[in-house]
Ligand binder design. Sequence first.
Ligand SMILES: *Cc1c(COP(=O)(O)O)cnc(C)c1O
Length: 631
Amino acid sequence: MAAQDFQDLCTFESFKSFWHSYGYGVDQQGLIEQEFNRIKGLTYLDHAGTTLFPKSQIKAFYDDISRNIYGNPHSHNPCSRLTHDTVETVRYRILQHFNTSPEEYSVIFTSGCTAALKLVADTFPWTAGSSQNPGSQFCFLTDNHTSVVGMRGALALNGISTVPVRPQEVEKRKPSAQTKSEDVSSVSHLFCYPAQSNFSGRKYPLSYVKEIQSGQLYPACQHSGRWFVLLDAACFVSCSPLDLSRCPADFVPISFYKIFGFPTGLGALLVRNEAAELLRKTYFGGGTAAAYLAEENYFIPKPNVISRFEDGTISFLDIISLYHGFETLRKLTGSMLNIQHHTFGLARYTFMMLSCLRHNNGKPVAQIHGDNDFQNMAEQGPIINFSLLDDQGQTVGYSQVDKMASLFNIHFRTGCFCNTGACQHYLSISNQTVKSNLHAGHICGDNIDLVDGCPTGSLRVSFGYMSSFEDSQNFLQFVVNNFVSKPLILDQIRLARFKSPSVMKASVSYDLALIPNDQPRHKSELKTTASAESTTTKSEDTEQNNHSTHTLTNIFIYPVKSCASFQVTEWPLGPQGLLYDRLWMVVNENAVCLNQKREPKLCLICPVICLASNTMKLHAAGLYIKYYTCI
Ligand SMILES: *Cc1c(COP(=O)(O)O)cnc(C)c1O
């Protein structure tokens, strides 16, 4: 992108036209007013965690279930038939959404993407290795979600070899001229990769599917046998259209809340009918049997593939709500392609702005974790993964950024995003470091963001179809205001009285050294100063107070609110507490009080009060200020 184009993007008006060439032309403000007024005042940027449901989806669902009576689909009364038929309509609608049909694919409902992955791990026709036969291979890209990597858990026990594959190894592969030989071996292998990384938003080529199936992708895939592909589409499908007629992956696990925001706890395994025939199941639950005996080990599954894999009663009301999910999404946005354009446009703009931000010494503010420059929406989803750096190039801990963001009602995700492989790759964390960080007390999902100054995770912002340009602006403004070092312009500092000045009068005070259990205790001798004493003064009332003596070791006063403290050993008291404590505040040209949240450099300003000359001086290391005021 040319510099001029970039400059143009920085202005709102030109951004709007740029964005419109991406966006779906809906009235974004109207959409938020009508459907998402609950997010007003909040900058929600964790759509890869879960997106948000629109109001009318819930309304339509509510109207539906208030009008109709849906029975248990395993019964045979009319209510049950209604449930059965509606669920079948939803299965059809799901297949349609992914541009395929019941002739090619089946929909197996699960509790989510993770349960779908576990189902494949448990039922795939694995062959254990032996001295004659190397057995099945379980290959997976290292940029996979934990729930994919975890499939190996049960496999190792059964003698199946696990082969982690780095994305770079796949990219560097030599095109294989060799065409697939007619394979007589009956060994089945599985290759798993994400259609979109949930860490970086990188999209992996969907063309891998056919290449793997024909044994051409990676040297490991040339192991004799039949290669199946599991395409983890959970992250991808939330903002992109997926066409299974063009990339016929054998297994496609998804979670519906990532598309619609509601319902949660419902996902599906889309499985190619050809592959479904080969799955082997051991457990059988309600609804899966054609016949079985309680007293004999006799079980015959139902002939229908789907009903073999859905143990027990499906989540039928939630499944029915999916119908309204698809309908509402289409009404609000038109199509997944529109959503893709809209969200990609926002992510691209945010990426460009963030990667151009500089501290006043010229060093970059953000380190982007990704291999993509957001030029092509076929290669990148609406996710930006990054770390913030200080002006010395040190990483700012993600928890610090997260806490700060929540003060401004900006919500994104931090940590490793259930994708240790990608996290290690982008943050250069060795296997040894992961183990030693665990010993140092850091576990996945906690707040320990830095160990020995090195980051244990990063920050991720992700967009959804209702995200707006303002969301992006709020986020960027937050970074600029809080994490970009700029010269503090002290000419503009003004002090204003925060409290009315109090005249130092002899007034009631307490001898702090003698107050037991925080209870004020009137003493006969009144003092006009509080004193820090290095030794403990024992109460005279030894019988009652012999365990509750207190020592005052330091006195810190904060003459200017939000600036540094002034430390003294003895100080006069006024009627409102320590004299001159929090008497002033720093205001901007509009007389608005500044605080450290808005201007962290205030903490460098050290006030010094000289009682003898009745003056206050402000010092700030490295900021060249000299400010005197008469008090
Ligand atoms: C979210 C996600 C999962 C896990 O989905 P659950 O809903 O937690 O089961 C798996 N893979 C990817 C790529 C994801 O984004």
